[in-house]
Write a protein that binds this ligand. Structure first.
Ligand SMILES: [Zn+2]
Ligand SMILES: [Zn+2]
Length: 593
């Protein structure tokens, strides 16, 4: 969102503030040894070797000093020095890490001079701070709004990211061009914290992790499974109109399968290996494409069988680094809404065009298909590096042309990106922006000329000769777990009615009205509504607060009046409106919604 390119004004502001940070730390700890201080995606950091551990209160003091320095209108003045005098100088001012940097520059870049930047105070022309640096600053700190930055965190880091080196303390700062932008960023950060899918998943009771089961292996509750199933059934419902039928494959396969597909060499260390009683070596499947080729290959195929779509929602297993696991975003068991279409080169347009229609319909339902909420990368070859791509170039030419035609004819918001194609074929990658403006790649259509060759797939063409089919890989939601993490945060847990795991919750005002509540629930269930009754002994007030927290689209309060009149009192979560209606009226209203 706020990433600053080197050379931009924002970059210069951030980098200059790193100098201000070092200047402030040195004023506080004259014996501090400076590490390095680069620009980050939303500010800057600087590493220090300090006489004591920093506490959060220190940040306020350091920040205050930085503000003072910024307001002194310090200018950045460059000075070049040959290597030896530079090292002498750094020794004199007691900065051993900087001496290491000079030696590293000399060795890696072959330079014979290095540059220093001095900060010169406007009032008395005095040089108040100096740092070894290659440049990229504002001319003068008066260009920096003293309210546009903030120190945000402390962490530890090893010098040069090597754990054999000294441990340093890292101070992070946020920095923008204006105080408003800083405020906006902080609000977004706060909103992202509130929407964190791990927090909401817990509040809504959607999924859990168990130490006994293992890290990165989410367990879905009844509600969470309803949510998953609704997504899966919706996609299946849409694609069945385009001829997709489900297949099913086992979750382990012989190593030979992945040797043939070519994945073994690259990915064998990221797989879970399974050893049976006999000698055969199995792995938990990390993907489904190779299995699906074997279903295709189980019979002699004719051009009349093509295109042949097959789909499957199935779980794959990858041995991710424990440190990289994160809620549902990064898991070891990921469920793919996978699909493959085997077709001829000339059918690529029709097949991919249908997949685009499926993607469009699904994301329209989610309210995410707007010109400013998605874009498509038409990922094609790098014309400079034809050797990077496998397969016949005349087929590539055709496939790239077809995908571009589809993008134009279906009026996709697309960009042609050269060099982004996979080595096995061009693709369309669909990026969506969530409610916080973060971009996620979710759906994809990938043409593959290579796998059919590795598995020697064939079909008999009209000329009665065997030809090689093309394989089109497609995902609509991508990994269901990652997709869930995105939409939980996008909707902040308040799902649209069609997607909500519990659509309606019935709250009897007290126990005597429980039978009536159950009767209404039966009626709603018969009409296909996902409904729950709160049969707890809590007060009505507490029941209402609980349903609110669960973000259930409609709650229905039933008591004496409702029972006598055969009605329900409906409260709409989104609009906060309340009204008393007959069940039939409610059903009519939600059906048309
Ligand atoms: Zn600098
Ligand atoms: Zn695939």
């Amino acid at each position: 969102m706020s990433k600053a390119e080197k050379g931009s004004h924002l970059y210069n502001i951030r980098h200059s503030l790193a100098h201000m940070l070092a200047e402030a730390v040195l004023e506080m700890f004259p014996e501090a040894k400076l590490g390095t201080g680069p620009v980050t995606d939303n500010g800057f950091y600087y590493d220090f070797d300090l006489p004591r551990t920093l506490i959060p209160e220190d940040l306020k003091l350091i920040e205050k000093k930085m503000r003072k320095f910024v307001q002194q209108n310090q200018s950045f003045v460059r000075r070049d020095e040959p290597l030896e005098p530079a090292k002498e100088f750094l020794k004199k001012i007691g900065q051993p890490y900087k001496i290491e940097l000079v030696e590293k520059f000399a060795e890696q870049k072959g330079v014979d001079t290095v540059s220093f930047y001095e900060n010169v105070r406007e009032a008395d022309g005095k040089a108040v701070f100096v740092d070894l640096c290659e440049g990229g600053h504002v001319e003068n700190t008066r260009e920096i709004d003293p309210k546009s930055f903030k120190l945000s965190a402390i962490s530890s880091a090893y010098w040069q990211a090597d754990e054999n080196n000294a441990q340093m303390q890292r101070i992070y700062g946020l920095a923008f061009e204006s105080a408003e932008e800083l405020k906006k960023f902080e609000m977004q950060l706060e909103e992202a914290r509130k929407r964190d899918h791990r927090k909401i998943g817990k509040e809504l009771g959607l999924f859990t992790f168990s130490e006994l089961v293992g890290a990165g292996l989410p367990l879905f509750t009844q509600r969470g499974t309803l949510l998953r199933d609704t997504i899966i059934k919706t996609i299946q419902g849409i694609q069945s109109r385009y001829g997709y039928q489900n297949v099913w494959i086992p979750h382990i396969a012989k190593r030979d399968l992945y040797e043939t597909s070519g994945h073994w060499d690259k990915f064998k260390d990221d797989l879970f290996h399974v050893k049976g009683k006999h000698d055969t070596e199995f792995v938990m499947k990390p993907m489904n494409c190779p299995h699906h080729t074997q279903i295709y290959k189980s019979q002699r195929r004719s051009y009349r069988d093509l295109p042949m779509p097959m789909a499957e929602v199935t779980t794959n297993y990858r041995d991710e680094q424990p440190g990289e696991l994160l809620g549902l975003s990064r898991v070891r068991s990921l469920t793919q809404d996978d699909g493959h279409v085997f077709c001829t080169v000339d059918q690529i347009k029709e097949v991919s065009g249908d997949i685009v229609k499926i993607i469009k319909e699904f994301y329209t339902l989610l309210g995410m298909w707007g010109t400013d909420t998605y874009w498509v990368s038409l990922s094609v070859r790098d014309p400079e590096k034809p050797e990077k791509y496998l397969g016949e170039s005349k087929n590539w030419d055709k496939a790239e042309k077809f995908l571009e035609e589809i993008a134009q004819e279906q009026e996709l918001n697309f960009k042609r990106v050269e060099g982004e194609a996979a080595f096995y074929g061009p693709k369309l990658d669909f990026m969506f922006l969530d409610a916080l403006g973060r971009e996620w790649q979710l759906a994809t259509i990938q043409i593959d000329f290579v796998m059919p060759q590795r598995f020697e797939l064939e079909y008999d063409a009209e000329d009665n000769k065997p030809h090689r089919p093309v394989m089109v890989h497609r995902a609509i939601a991508g990994s269901i777990e990652r997709f869930l993490s995105v939409i939980i945060e996008h909707f902040a847990g308040a799902f649209p009615y069609w997607l909500a795991p519990v659509q309606t919750k019935i709250l009897p005002v007290s126990d005597p009205f429980l039978p009536y509540a159950q009767k209404i629930a039966d009626e709603l269930r018969a009409a296909g509504v996902r409904v729950e009754v709160d049969a707890s002994s809590e007060t009505l007030g507490k029941k209402i607060r609980k349903a609110e927290l669960e973000k259930i689209p409609y709650m229905m309060v039933v008591g004496e009046k409702e029972q006598n009149e055969s009605t329900v009192n409906v409260r709409d979560y989104a609009t906060k409106e309340q009204k008393t209606v007959k069940v039939g009226e409610f059903l009519k209203q939600v059906e048309s919604a």
